[in-house]
Ligand binder design. Structure first.
Ligand code: ZN
Length: 443
């Protein structure tokens, strides 16, 4: 360990109580994606107090501040701002939002790293730039919220990272560092830190507007075309094609009926079904998506309705990325008492994250942390060990950033040079624009 690494650890240790108090406050004030105004202002104030120049309001609520020499390589240290709707969680706000996915801990981690890296002596040793980047909206939003933020902020991507990429606000970033509460290994690991990124499914959002014809439900159903029946038949067909989904593709299709009709004595004339179509590769997503469309088109034809199908941008799949040596070395600096493991190889996490969209254009170094119990996205999610959930990740993120950027940023340069991104940033934008054209009024 060199003297700068010692200093990084000392700085975070010296501010432990303040970071823990912040964690407690953020945990009890979860906010919906693209509405994280309170959290964003806490992030922004904290960074300003460190003497950093802060950009705010990026894709509604994103916040960024750069530390280092202002040159490349530029690495983004990412913290996700949003909570999720989980009204029965004990720490839920009056609006029903809770940090049942632990994103608040990422913010503490990111700010703890900013605290250490912005120390003048530490910052002077960064041969590149660490962009402290609080990003909005990791959790996929319901269609009604997506529509609201499109109208209020011109947001076209549900995922905050996707929207930042779409707006070119990450064009100068070469590499991203992300973190999360344990995911794939959750419940199966007692490690404090798990290094690397398991493969995750990607998905598209799909809304089926089933259009039928209203009629008196008792006096004249023969004059109607029952959109609810068509939607239910479509879902039955979807059930019957599940046997064609291949194991290797890790397919998940999960619909729910957002609108089932207008009144009990009227044949339903419009039914709305939302769903996510997930799979491990972009090709599999597109293939399954077409099959799902056929289910609902065929059902509509059988009942005399019409299926209008709208696909929305979701998240791209994450590739598996085993931990780089630099990540393992940084974790080793935390001492022999910290239990560190690598992701299990060959496991696909069937959930999705917009980190997949980062992977589409740049290398991502990821680790997950323990210190909590209960299933993610459930009322049981709780912190059991604040040191492991809040302080250790901050130390690892800071040490990793320093190791990537010291000595001419050799490690960051090696990783970016050897990463074959599926898209250029411009190519990514083009693909998204062509695949999910913006509605007329947003163009
Ligand atoms: Zn999450």
């Amino acid at each position: 360990m060199d003297s700068i690494e010692q200093k990084i650890l000392q700085i975070i240790d010296a501010h432990r109580d303040a970071l823990q108090a912040m964690a407690d406050d953020l945990f009890h004030h979860a906010e919906q994606g693209y509405h994280e105004y309170r959290t964003a202002s806490i992030v922004s104030d904290y960074l300003k107090k460190l003497g950093l120049s802060v950009q705010e309001g990026l894709a509604a609520t994103g916040v960024r501040a750069d530390i280092g020499n202002g040159q490349g390589p530029r690495i983004a240290l990412i913290g996700e701002l949003d909570g999720l709707a989980c009204p029965d969680h004990p720490a839920a706000t009056a609006d029903g939002f809770a940090h049942a996915c632990g994103h608040y801990a990422q913010i503490v981690c990111m700010l703890g790293a900013a605290l250490a890296l912005s120390d003048p002596e530490v910052a002077a040793h960064l041969d590149g730039t660490a962009a402290i980047f609080a990003v909005p909206a990791e959790e996929y939003l319901d269609a009604s919220v997506r529509e609201e933020v499109r109208r209020s902020h011109g947001i076209l991507s549900s995922g905050g990272k996707c929207e930042l990429l779409r707006r070119g606000l990450m064009d100068d970033i070469d590499l991203a560092v992300t973190t999360h509460s344990h995911m794939a290994g959750r419940g199966s690991t007692d490690a404090d830190l798990m290094l690397g990124c398991s493969a995750c499914t990607g998905f598209i959002g799909k809304t089926i507007y089933m259009h039928g014809r209203a009629a008196h439900a008792a006096a004249a159903p023969h004059l109607g075309a029952n959109a609810l029946n068509a939607a239910c038949l479509g879902m039955s067909a979807l059930g019957m094609i599940r046997e064609t989904f291949e194991e290797k593709d890790c397919v998940r299709v999960h619909p729910y009926i957002r609108k089932g009709g207008d009144a009990i004595n009227i044949v339903p004339s419009e039914v709305v079904v939302d769903m996510m179509v997930r799979a491990r590769t972009q090709e599999a997503i597109e293939k399954v998506s077409e099959k799902v469309d056929n289910c609902f088109r065929g059902a509509a034809m059988a009942i005399g309705c019409e299926a209008e199908i709208v696909n929305s941008q979701g998240y791209m799949p994450c590739p598996e990325r085993l931990p780089e040596a630099v990540l393992q070395e940084a974790a080793a600096l935390l001492g022999p008492d910290v239990r560190v493991c690598s992701i299990p190889a060959g496991v696909c996490n069937t959930a999705s994250t917009d980190v997949g969209d980062l992977f589409a254009v740049m290398p991502v170094l990821n680790f997950t942390f323990g210190g909590s119990c209960g299933a993610l996205h459930s009322r049981d999610y709780a912190v059991t060990d604040p040191e492991t959930a809040h302080i250790l990740p901050a130390k690892l993120m800071a040490l990793l950033a320093y190791r990537l950027l010291k000595d001419g940023a050799a490690r960051a340069r090696d990783i970016t040079a050897s990463y074959a991104a599926p898209f250029t940033k411009e190519g990514y934008r083009k693909y998204i624009q062509e695949t999910f054209p913006a509605p007329e009024d947003a163009r």
